[in-house]
Design a protein around this ligand. Structure first.
Ligand code: CA
Length: 247
């Protein structure tokens, strides 16, 4: 568990310091934020593994942070910190997609136990995807190229490769346009930009279209009103961890 990055969003200095110290002592990399806005930004940072989120916060309350975070990071583990007796807060937090809660005042031991339990049941960072394939056509993500079954090759842009990599890494989930924008483009909450996602997907599908000529391959599936996901018949190959083989 050591080396995992945990964001602590808490406005009370004494509590925040205590949590940070306990996490650091247990070997985690802790990142702190003292208000909701800073917390949301920190939670959306690179390679964050878990968020400890107070609910009563200045600038943006914890519920709003959680709701906004779930749009772009639906599976990022979040534990809410709630006041004693506020059952409504706990229920509301869990309904908004929190993974667990800790009731204040809590001991460092209890908080660490919750963190460990949530990290344990959440999947580790997925292995990097090497390639995806369907019906004899292969998309090599490391080389950003498509090798069609007839031997022809097409080159993908960096953005096209990243879109496919993200969809393949989360192959069993529908990915919303907001999530793609945040995770592939690094843009948060700019709804006007979601059309850019559709345009990129259309262009990408056209580039992959030669694979459809003989037999229908659906690389990217549109899920109406929700977003996109990897097509059902597409096989995903992960890179072996620790071996640097390139085929
Ligand atoms: Ca507070």
């Amino acid at each position: 568990m050591a080396g995992r990055i945990i964001v602590v969003v808490e406005d009370e200095d004494a509590i925040r310091r205590g949590v940070i110290d306990a996490l650091a002592y247990a070997g985690y990399d802790a990142v702190e934020a003292a208000d909701g806005e800073a917390g949301l930004t920190a939670a959306r940072g690179r390679d964050v593994d878990l968020v400890l989120l107070d609910l009563a916060l200045p600038k943006m309350d914890g519920f709003d942070v959680l709701a906004a975070l779930r749009k772009t990071h639906p599976t990022l583990p979040v534990i809410v910190l709630t006041a004693r007796g506020s059952e409504d807060d706990r229920v509301r937090g869990l309904k908004l997609g929190a993974d667990d809660y800790v009731v204040k005042p809590f001991s460092a031991r209890e908080m660490l136990a919750r963190v460990e339990a949530v990290l344990r049941r959440c999947p580790d960072r997925p292995h990097p995807i090497q390639s995806i394939a369907s019906n004899g056509h292969t998309i090599d993500l490391a080389r950003s190229e498509v090798r069609f079954a007839d031997g022809t090759v097409a080159v993908l842009s960096e953005m096209e490769t990243e879109i496919l990599r993200y969809l393949a890494t989360h192959a069993d989930h529908v990915i919303s346009r907001d999530e793609l924008l945040a995770r592939v483009w690094g843009i948060d909450d700019q709804h006007l930009e979601t059309r850019a996602v559709d345009m990129h997907i259309t262009r990408l599908r056209n580039k992959l279209a030669p694979a459809d000529a003989d037999d229908k391959v659906e690389w990217i599936k549109t899920v109406r009103g929700k977003g996109y996901m990897l097509g059902g018949g597409v096989a995903v190959t992960e890179r072996e961890v620790g071996s640097e083989q390139s085929q």
